[in-house]
Design a protein around this ligand. Structure first.
Ligand code: PEP
Ligand code: MN
Length: 350
């Protein structure tokens, strides 16, 4: 159910409607829009009695949301969600493309700083790097953990890059939330519902990667898990799905970008690195992703990919990243987007 408030409804009227909903034993989710505020109701098994709600002051109408996902749906919030980062002009979901770049894993301070310096110089606003890695083999490199988080915190201070890193489980979630600006939940965890709910209790943006075989509805239902706990800052990320294809690691499903944008207000980014698994496919698919109207690109960059401890074969060189930025900057205006202004690098500090 959704309570649509009148355009002129006061904050007190909105609060009174939320209180009423909570008194009924449900959860109220006020979602301010450009024209008016809508209040999503969750926690109800069946229909909520709309009679009383419609009579409350400031209420325009009460409507039933028929889709399984509600808070993620455009029925509840028409305008695109734009996520902002205090102290920077970085955004995700606005006119500026959000560019997240960095190695698959943080391997050492030197490696991370060398890559961060170069991606910052090329205009990335977000730095990625795994501290806790979901590896198919228990014998493969599992990440540096806390040490990696500390290195990334230093990188944020030095280069002004916002940090995106993965929480693998409930234990790492707390530490990741402390250090990161965006908490990544990986493809393998897309349906780890207890992790999603915990991330929903935090007030930090969550970058949710599409599961290896997730449908659009399953993907949005996972976002809904986070939002149902009150965290509305969810960024979706297409990273390829499993198909019979044997020329690439995964099949990057760019067709989900307009499909998501049709039904949801949440930003959707594309990861052409995991989506293809091949360095030589990353640039073409990054260009294509921008052309489809994606809100940003998440890409793996490594200064010595041959020596990388994870995903070296799909990591591009910093020089290729610079080229990618140049190319997508040219495509962006065709889809009414732009690359953000390069961030300021303090040359004296480098
Ligand atoms: C990653 O971003 O390095 C990663 C493990 O991603 P995914 O969950 O999409 O495989
Ligand atoms: Mn990776």
């Amino acid at each position: 159910m959704l309570v649509v408030m009148k355009a002129q409804a006061t904050p007190e009227e909105i609060q009174a409607v939320c209180d009423h909903i909570e008194q009924l034993g449900f959860r109220a989710h006020p979602l301010p829009g450009a024209q008016r505020t809508a209040i999503g109701i969750t926690g109800n098994q069946g229909e909520v009695d709309r009679g009383n709600l419609e009579e409350l002051s400031g209420v325009a109408e009460v409507i039933r949301v028929s889709k399984a996902y509600k808070l993620a749906s455009r029925d509840v919030k028409e305008e695109d969600t734009i996520i902002r980062f205090a102290g920077t002009d970085a955004t995700i979901g606005g006119r500026d493309l959000a560019i997240v770049a960095g190695p698959c894993s943080i391997e050492s301070r030197d490696q991370a700083f060398a890559i961060a310096e170069q991606v910052a110089a090329s205009g990335a606003q977000f730095f990625r790097g795994g501290a806790y890695k979901p590896r198919s083999s228990p014998y493969a490199f599992q990440g540096l953990g806390l040490e990696a988080l500390r290195i990334m915190a230093e990188i944020r201070n030095r280069y002004g890059l916002r940090i995106v890193t993965e929480a693998l489980d409930n234990e790492s979630l707390e530490l990741v939330a402390e250090y990161a600006d965006v908490i990544q939940i990986g493809a393998r965890n897309m349906q780890n519902f207890s992790l999603l709910k915990r991330a929903g209790k935090l007030r930090k943006p969550v970058l949710l990667k599409r599961g290896l075989s997730a449908t659009l509805e399953e993907f949005l239902m996972s976002a809904e898990y986070v939002m149902s706990e009150g965290n509305y800052e969810v960024i979706l990320c297409e990273r390829g799905v499993r198909t019979f294809t044997d020329h690439a690691r995964n099949t990057l499903d760019l067709s989900i970008v307009p499909a998501i944008q049709r039904v949801s207000h949440l930003p959707i980014m594309v990861d052409p690195s995991h989506g293809t698994g091949r360095r030589d496919s990353v640039l073409p698919m990054a260009r294509a992703a921008v052309a489809t109207g994606a809100d940003g690109i998440l890409v793996e960059v490594h200064n010595q990919p041959d020596k990388a401890l994870s995903d070296g074969q799909q990591s591009i060189y910093p020089i290729q990243f610079a080229r990618m930025m140049d190319e997508i900057a040219q495509i962006a205006p065709i889809v009414s987007r732009q690359l953000p202004r390069g961030i300021h690098v303090d040359a004296a500090a480098v």
